[in-house]
Design a protein around this ligand. Structure first.
Ligand code: ATP
Length: 712
C-alpha cells in the first residue's frame, strides 16, 4: 500500500500502532534485503534503527514536473533533464592514472547532449548505456552546449509505475559511495511502510491549535511529497516538533525552579538608586530604562528572578547591573557579581567603585591572588554583612563564600554560551535573584533556544553619538602604515590598543614570548617616543592591575595585550586598535575587541592585520568591514560556521537540530515556545495521561539530563 494512503487511513492499517520509541529500538537489519554490507554502509551515515531511517530526511527533492527537453535548453540556465545514457568517457587530465571526471552522452528524443560530472568516479561504472537518468546542472557552452552536472540520479522509465522512484518529486538523500541513491530511497520507502501508523507524541490540543498535519502524514510527505504545498506543511510540522520538544524541556525547567525554590521580594525605596542615576554624566537610553524597569519588576516579585540581559558591546549593561545591585542593597540584601576572568572582575571592581563613589555602599573584591590576610578580612566583611556588593570570578563566588544575606547574583557571561554558569547559589533556603548578562550578540532565534527558560531584556540601541569604527583590513606587508595612522591618533592625545595574534591554549608560553616581542618592537622601533605598556595572561595579578591602571590614567599611550582585554575593558580615550593576526580570531572576538574603541567621542579606527588563508577567514574580515552591528555580525558568523557547530555538544542542554533552521524558522520557534510554555504551566511534570507520550519523547530526545524535571 502506498505510504501516504496508509497514513491517511489509519483504520486500514495492521493492528499494531507503533510509537517513535519502538522504532528507535528496531534495528535496520529487520528490513528485508539489509545484510551486513548495507548495514555497515548505513552505519556510516549514522543510521542504525528504523527511526533513524525514517528521519533520514532528503536533502532536497528533484522536481520532475519541471523537466526540460534537450532541444529547449539555453546557455546559463539551471535545468533538469530526463534522458537515456548513450555512452560515457573520462574527461580531464588524469592524476595518478585517474581521471578527475567523466562525460555522459544523453539522448531524450529531442536531441543529444553531453553532461560532465566532476568527482564521484565510481558513478561512471553504474551508468551503462540505456540507463535512464535525471540530471540537473547548469547549461554551458563548450564546443557546443553541455550540462555541468550538479546531481545525477538513475531512475526508471518515466512511463512506468516505479513506486518511490517515480512521481513528480523524487527525494534526494545524503548518501555515501557504498549506498546508491536508489537503494536509499527504496529502503526508506520500506521503513515507512513497516512503521505504519506512528503514535503522535504531541498533545492533540497543540496539534489542533497550530493546525499541524499529523506525524504520519508529515513523515510520509517529507520523503515522498504529493505537492509542493504538502511538503511545506510536512516540514513545518517536523520543525515544530523538534523545537517544541526543546522548549517544553526549558519551560519545565523554569516551572521546576519556580515551584521548588523560594525567593523573596526585593523592593527598594530608591534612596541609593536615585542618587546613582542623578550622578551619571549621561542620561539613560530608552532601552536601558526599559531593561531596568523589567529587572526591578522581577525583583519585586517573590519568585526568584531568572533574567537574561542581552546587549551589544558598549551598549551600557553595567548601568542596569548597578541599578539591580543597588535595589538589592536598599532592600537590605547583598549582591554578588561574577565575572569570567580575574582581569574582568578587577575591571568591574574599579568601575563600580567609581560609579558608587559617595554612596554609602561597600564593594569588595575577591580574587584568587589576594593574600591570605586580605582574603580573610574580605570574607569576614561579606559574612557579617558589612560588604554590600561582592565582585569576584565565577569560580571564586561559587566556592561557597558565606554571605549574610545574598539576594541578587549578577552573572557576567560575556561571550560564552553558558547554561552551566547558571547553577543557582542557594542561600539559607532561598534562591537569590539571578541576572545573566551577555555581550554575545546572540541572534534572537538562538537566544530563545539557548535561554528559553529565562526572561529576556534586550538593550537594542547604543548610547547616542557613538561613531562607527572605521575598519581596515591590512596585509602584513603594509602593517607599518597602520601604525603610522595610529601614531597620528597618539599625536592628537589619544591612546591605542595593539592585540597580539591569538595562540592555542597549548602554546601559552609562546604567547608570552610573542607578546613580549611585539612589545619590544613597538616600544623601541615603532613608537620610541611614546610610553608603551604590556598586558598578558601570564603576568601576576598586581602587575596586570598596574598595567591596566596605567593605561586607564593615560600614563601609557599604547597597550600591547593578548586577548585578556577582549572583554569589558573600558578606556574612553582609546580611539584606535590594531589586531595582529586577525585571521585567527573568531568574528565575535573581533567584534568584542573592536568594541574597546567606540566608547569616546573621537571617530575610532580599527586595523585588522591579516593574510587570510581560508575563504572563511576572508569572509569574517569582510564582514567586519561591512558591519558594525553585533547582531548582524553574529548572523553572518552563524551563516559561515553553519548552525550545526553551535549544537555540537549536548553540554549546552540543546540537542542537535535536524530539520529546524533557526534563521528560517523563527516564527515556528516563537509559536513552539508559546505553546510549550503554556502546556508546562498547566502540567509542569507532564503527568496527565494525554501528556505522557510527550514526556517520553522529551526524555528520549534530550537524554538523562532532563530526568529531574519530571520527578514529582
Ligand atoms: N546612556 C548612556 N549614554 C552615554 N554613555 C553611556 C550610556 N550608558 C553607558 N554609557 C557609557 O558607555 C560605555 C560602555 O558601557 P558599559 O561598559 O556598560 O557597556 P557594556 O554593555 O558593559 O559593554 P561590554 O559588554 O563591552 O563591556 C561606558 O563608558 C559607559 O559609561
Amino acid at each position: 500500500m502506498p505510504v501516504s494512503e496508509a497514513a491517511k487511513d489509519p483504520g486500514a492499517l495492521p493492528p499494531g500502532r507503533t510509537t517513535l520509541s519502538e522504532l528507535r529500538r528496531r534495528p535496520v537489519r529487520e528490513l528485508p534485503g539489509v545484510g551486513p554490507r548495507v548495514e555497515g554502509a548505513l552505519r556510516e551515515l549514522r543510521i542504525s534503527t528504523l527511526a533513524d531511517l525514517v528521519s533520514h530526511y532528503p536533502a532536497r527533492h528533484e522536481d520532475l514536473s519541471n523537466v526540460k527537453r534537450i532541444s529547449e535548453l539555453r546557455v546559463g540556465e539551471r535545468a533538469t533533464v530526463f534522458g537515456r545514457v548513450v555512452s560515457t568517457k573520462p574527461v580531464g587530465r588524469p592524476v595518478r592514472g585517474r581521471s578527475p571526471g567523466f562525460s555522459v552522452q544523453l539522448y531524450d528524443g529531442t536531441g543529444y547532449m553531453p553532461a560532465t560530472v566532476w568527482g564521484r568516479p565510481w558513478l561512471q561504472g553504474q551508468l551503462q548505456p540505456e540507463t535512464n537518468v535525471v540530471v540537473s546542472g547548469e547549461v554551458q557552452r563548450k564546443y557546443g552546449l553541455q550540462i555541468s552536472v550538479k546531481s545525477i540520479e538513475i531512475v526508471e522509465d518515466r512511463g512506468s509505475e516505479d513506486g518511490p522512484h517515480s512521481g513528480s518529486f523524487v527525494p534526494v538523500y545524503p548518501v555515501n559511495r557504498n549506498i546508491q541513491a536508489r537503494r536509499m530511497r527504496a529502503l526508506i520507502h520500506r521503513a515507512l511502510a513497516e512503521a505504519g501508523h506512528v503514535l503522535d507524541p504531541l498533545p492533540l490540543s497543540v496539534i489542533e491549535a497550530q493546525e499541524l498535519v499529523n506525524l504520519d502524514d508529515a513523515i510520509a510527505e517529507i520523503h515522498f511529497p504529493t505537492t509542493k504545498a504538502s511538503l511545506k506543511e510536512a516540514l513545518r510540522r517536523l520543525v515544530f516538533h523538534e523545537l517544541f520538544i526543546i522548549q517544553a524541556a526549558l519551560g519545565a525547567r523554569r516551572e521546576r525552579l519556580a515551584r521548588t525554590e523560594v525567593g523573596r521580594s526585593s523592593a527598594g525605596d530608591g534612596s541609593l538608586l536615585n542618587r546613582f542615576l542623578k550622578g551619571l554624566p549621561y542620561s539613560l537610553t530608552p532601552a536601558q530604562e526599559r531593561s531596568i524597569a523589567e529587572v526591578l519588576g522581577d525583583m519585586r516579585r517573590e519568585k526568584p528572578m531568572q533574567r537574561l540581559l542581552q546587549g551589544d558591546v558598549g551598549s551600557g549593561k553595567t548601568a542596569v547591573a548597578v541599578a539591580a545591585l543597588l535595589t538589592a542593597v536598599e532592600a537590605g540584601g547583598q549582591g554578588a557579581i561574577m565575572a569570567p576572568t580575574e582581569v574582568l572582575a578587577e575591571q568591574h571592581f574599579l568601575s563600580f567603585s567609581k560609579d558608587l563613589e559617595g554612596l554609602p555602599v561597600k564593594v569588595v573584591l575577591l580574587t584568587g591572588s589576594q593574600g591570605a590576610a586580605e582574603r580573610r578580612e574580605n570574607n569576614r566583611a561579606v559574612a557579617d554583612g558589612e560588604a554590600h556588593i561582592v565582585v569576584g570570578t565565577h569560580a571564586l563566588i561559587q566556592q561557597g563564600v558565606e554571605f549574610r544575606n545574598l539576594s541578587l547574583v549578577v552573572v557576567d557571561e560575556q561571550h560564552r554560551f553558558g547554561v552551566s554558569q547558571r547553577t543557582t547559589i542557594k542561600e539559607k533556603g532561598t534562591t537569590p535573584d539571578t541576572l545573566v548578562m551577555t555581550a554575545t550578540p546572540i541572534p534572537r532565534t538562538l537566544s530563545l533556544t539557548l535561554y528559553g527558560d529565562l526572561e529576556v531584556s534586550v538593550i537594542d540601541e547604543l548610547p547616542p553619538g557613538r561613531k562607527p569604527v572605521e575598519t581596515h583590513v591590512v596585509p602584513v606587508s603594509e602593517r607599518l602604515e597602520a601604525y603610522e595612522a595610529v601614531g597620528r591618533e597618539l599625536e592628537a592625545g589619544r591612546q591605542a590598543y595593539v592585540i597580539c595574534p591569538l595562540v592555542e591554549e597549548s602554546e601559552a608560553l609562546e604567547d608570552v614570548r610573542a607578546a613580549e616581542e611585539l612589545y619590544e618592537e613597538l616600544a623601541h622601533e615603532v613608537f620610541p617616543d611614546r610610553s608603551v605598556g604590556l598586558l598578558h595572561g601570564r603576568m601576576k595579578s598586581a602587575e596586570k592591575r598596574e598595567a591596566m591602571a596605567d593605561f586607564n590614567a593615560h600614563r601609557t599611550d599604547v597597550l600591547v595585550a593578548t586577548v585578556v582585554v577582549e572583554v569589558g575593558v573600558n578606556v574612553p580615550n582609546a580611539s584606535a586598535i590594531v589586531i595582529e593576526g586577525a585571521e585567527r580570531f573568531g568574528l565575535s572576538q573581533l567584534h568584542q575587541l573592536r568594541g574597546r574603541v567606540c566608547r569616546g567621542e573621537h571617530p575610532p579606527l580599527c586595523f585588522l592585520v591579516a593574510d587570510p588563508k581560508t575563504g572563511d577567514s576572508e569572509k569574517r574580515l569582510e564582514a567586519m568591514v561591512a558591519h558594525q552591528d553585533g547582531f548582524r555580525l553574529s548572523e553572518v558568523d552563524l551563516a559561515i560556521r553553519g548552525e550545526g557547530t553551535l549544537f555540537g555538544s549536548r553540554q549546552s542542554g540543546v540537542a542537535d537540530l535536524k530539520v529546524a533552521r533557526l534563521q528560517r524558522d523563527i516564527e515556528v520557534l516563537v509559536e513552539a515556545r508559546r505553546e510549550a510554555f503554556a502546556l508546562v504551566e498547566d502540567d509542569p511534570t507532564l503527568k496527565k495521561p494525554e501528556h505522557r507520550p510527550l514526556r517520553r519523547e522529551i526524555r528520549e530526545l534530550l537524554g538523562e539530563d532532563v530526568e529531574w524535571l519530571f520527578r514529582d
